[in-house]
Design a protein around this ligand. Sequence first.
Ligand code: SF4
Length: 337
Amino acid sequence: MFTIPDAHMRSPTLRTPLSPALTRVWTTAQVSALIVTVLVLVGLLFRPELTLRLAWYGIVPLLPATFLINAGLWRGVCPIATANTIWPNSERIPGERWMQTAFILGMVLLLILVPMRRLVLNVNGPVLAVTLVLIVAAALVLGAIYRTKAGFCNSLCPILPVEKLYGQSPLVWIQNPRCLPCDNCSTRGCLDLNPSAAPAQPRGPGSTRSWLKTPMGVFAMAFPGLVLGYFQLSDGAMGDWLTVYGLIGGYVLASYALLAGMAFLLNPDARVLAPISGALAVGIYYWYAAPASIDAFGGSAVAGEILRWLLLAFIALWLLRALRPEGGSAPAHAQGG
Ligand code: SF4
């Protein structure tokens, strides 16, 4: 199932069909993910307190680490991606402008949804259930219109920028079962096709400063602030929306100003910037989320500290590996993002 890749190589395998045994494994995983999703939706309506704890402190904190291993682990089973790809394949491919606009809209959606966790989504099961259903419905409709993952997973999905940032240097290669064979549904920056090119890392002299002005460059510099800002707040009420959006928005702006300003002045080797930003964001996330998850399930403070430092060590190893010299080049149609 897995092969150990050289950092920055592109997937060599998206034209090779999966073996019947692997197909069964993926199908089982996808059906299981769908069943878990239905159970979560039912739980959010009828046992909201327990389900919210399991979702926010049990399931969600697993995702960033799996993105570092390979974002395809999640993309291969994600129930929203299943909704997006469940239809007979459409011939229609959106234009580059639509893809770029949808990618930016996805970032804006993430910027809205993360603070909304503090206002309502962390504590109100039915509202979270409705939000999830709306997102699945959008993926379903766009999947009926556009080919494979072009309509949602590779454009509008609010998690896509995070997957690109954390998934840029996977530790193992995984054949995404939804993309065998690749039908070129997304013309540029496909994470399944070429993880290292997906965040559109700048290449060549002077390209770092240009990249800082691209959507992915802005996101990479601002995202650590979004994560840090989120953890400076506790769960509040809808009436606090101005404080919550104002404070987190301030962190986002400060993060971009600080990181992009330093990058602009120092003009580092372009290839190192995206991995450092990814490691910074995921490091901040686990600094707070690891002890919180242990605490949510009655674990001790010591266990929380141990998990925190184990995850930080894992992130440091991921970063060291991501910073190794480039081992492969991206195909032309996979460049960009
Ligand atoms: S271009 Fe489309 S079909 Fe090809 S690997 Fe990417 S998502 Fe899959």
